[in-house]
Design a protein around this ligand. Sequence first.
Ligand code: ADP
Length: 450
Amino acid sequence: LKKSYDVIIIGSGGAGLTAAISAKDAGLNPVIFEKMPVHGGNTMKSSAGMNASATKFQAEQGIADSNELFYEETLAGGKGTNDPELLHYLVDNSASAIDWLDTMGITLNNITVTGGMSVNRTHRPSDGSAVGQYLVKGLYANVMEREIPLFVNSDVKEVIMTDDKASGVKVDFNNEGEITVSSDAVIIATGGFGADFDMVTELAPQLEGYVTTNQPGSTGDGIKMAQAIGAAVVDMDQIQIHPTVHQESSYLITEAIRGEGAILVNQQGERFINELETRDTVSAAINALEEGYAYLIFDAGVKDRVKAVNTYIEKGFVQSDETIEALAGQLGIDGATLAQTLTTWNETVASQVDGAFNRTTGMVNPLAAAPYYAIQIAPGIHHTMGGLKINANAQVISTEGTVIEGLYAAGEVTGGVHGSNRIGGNAVADIIVFGRQAGNQSASYVQSKE
Ligand code: ADP
């Protein structure tokens, strides 16, 4: 540990690792402080993929997409409340972010769909596995290759200001007391607050009693630290519940399962919603069921296309059987009804017209290959869409509406880009696009001072 660095990055999730790599490649000497014993944050748990438009991989696969369509669909998903400047920046820089990752050996070329998009836009690792672990592993390897110091068990408590400019942090290493480390710039990449039940229920009392999919480090530290030095926040009460969470384990079941063809049924064995509606709508539909939970139903084909299913099987979340009727028996659902639901669904896939619920995506393959699978799910606290107010340069904005000099933020700690409902796959886009921006902008700033 040195007394001083060019830039201090708080948090080692996807946003922090990306910012560190970008700052280093732009010529700075960064350091990363992570309060947990391991790096990776919630990013490690992210499953669906990374949304990006007009990418080389979409072009190779004949998928017609555009930045305009990505923008419009994200804005519609966010109920028109997204910050237009941030959203434009996200969308316009999404394809180059995919290319940037590819140059570093992180290749996201298996493309699926999540709720709220009309074309395949969610980029995953080539084998269809969950994006988070692959991404963190790849970014971490690049951090190590560049010899960027990363300290775990390093809990940042405060951002220090000198002459109204961020000039370092107070950090507690291994619970041994606070030390001051100085820097020319600070990047806050501490993630959201979905694991802080008090903070969540204070802002959104209706979420009392929900499970959370968040890692224990997601406690909103960066928001509180920045607020203490005058930062503004936006959309703090916009907290996303994810519709498909395995309740006993709080484990999120990836949206890619539905993207690859799974349906949702209630305890009566009937579909009740377009499964690929946005997360808020699907969650509300499940909550409206008398039983308050639903089942994801899928076949061997979906299992093959979504590698995470193997993990769910190992963890004991999945029930399976050779026939639909037998599976229904395990679930206490009437066998004939569930069989009829699948027959009707497979006709829908064939005709591509979902007269019942208007689903239009994730219906390429019928559910017809034994064995058949079910996972019981219900909504859980997932993502905090609000957070620090930033501009498109990833600079933190004060309550006075001015830029706080030398202070940058990226990722879930920020608010605005997702509006009131985040589209699955947009958090990973956010951390990479704005992580790069924070790294690059902090470098321009530090170098302009020299
Ligand atoms: P993002 O997706 O925005 O990168 P993540 O949740 O993946 O967010 O990563 C944020 C990381 O920041 C987590 O690993 C978390 O433990 C870490 N973190 C949170 N608060 C602090 C803090 N006060 N000091 C250091 N690290 C922190």
